[in-house]
Write a protein that binds this ligand. Sequence first.
Ligand code: S3P
Length: 435
Amino acid sequence: MTVLDNEAVFGGGRPLRGRVRVPGDKSLSHRAVLFAALAKGASRLTHVANGEDVAATRRIVELLGARVREKRGELIVTGGGFEALREPEMVLDCANSGTSMRVIAGVLAGRPFLSVLNGDGSLRKRPMARVTTPLRLMGARIDGREQGRLAPLVIRGGALNGIDYELPVATAQAKSSLILAALQAEGASTIYSPAMSRDHTERMLIALGAPVRVEGLSVCVDPLASAWDGFEFAVPADPSSAAFFAVAATITPGSEVVLESVAINPTRIGFIEVLRRMGANITIVPTGELLGEPVGDITVRSATLTATRIEGDEIPSVIDEIPALAMAAGFADGVTEIRDAEELAVKESNRIGAIQQELIQLGLGCEAHRDGLTIRGGRPKPGATLKSHGDHRIAMAAAVAAHALDGPSAVRGWAVVGVSYPSFAADLERLAGPA
Ligand code: S3P
């Protein structure tokens, strides 16, 4: 593997062997930093994700008045509850991070001041009505491009009323946004999801003592009487990053990799179920629970794969792992169908189109649909020039496919991996050992 400027070259199929602790989970890190900023007193956070997305959330809570210090790999965040947040002097830059923009919009909707949320070119294309519509119904004044469907978003928050709201899509970002607004509202709220999406906000807030209850697919929230206390949290490793090594170890013969201290929340590890269905050799050993979040070690040994179908309610539990799973499908025997995944088109890139292009570059048959992909697995070919499409997960998915092949393939636009996993190439190289 060589990384030069914005291009990385992978290949050779060296078996992956050893142990790796991938960076802290991105979803949990955003929430840990934000909930620490909303706590009364100091919180100590370790293993916080070191990518650019979580750095955006950190900068934003600082601009809102929380104090953040970094000490020997630890973040010490000092907050004073929702009431202590103050009007930011500057535009709040969410960079590439949909989670920062949507979840923080829910906090700001309840604050009696003006704030402006902006992001990069990719984020400014992503749908925001899923938060602006219900937050307006709760009483926040929000404006944005195209009647509030697109960022920048201008929020003048204030007195909110509780809401009973059915989300049109299963989205954890919008659900979390509404939970945080509901804690600041007058009266109780119920937020209903059409299918289960990741439930970190609910688990963590319940563990912190906030008035949040889960009833099936509904989350019931009462107004927060007083801020939760500062807390300690060692962020478990990110299953979405671990998924790239799970696929890499599966498709690279002779591999055996242990992924340490991974968040194994059932809403996040659908990719393990899918890979096992395809024939993968994966074991999970639970090691504990932190702030309501289960943690475990995952061992992956190489295996031959057969095609599968991924659809319906399984989709939210694999949504960020589909780029990696699509590469696994490219190495599997048979035709894999991915359906009901229209949300893929509005992620950091249009992942339906991006995955299709990259599988075709690898010499495979792939058709794109409005809601998914048909992938004809077989023998991918090295020698391609693959592209990240400005999307960290497409870059890493391309890299794991390229790694497993005999000859070299390039991944252009590599620098974008910094969004979630700056040291991905170095960790892959270490597991592969000397060339
Ligand atoms: C996230 C939720 C998911 C996921 C995203 C992170 C979160 O999006 O794709 O990468 O931290 O809440 P949805 O809002 O579509 O669930």
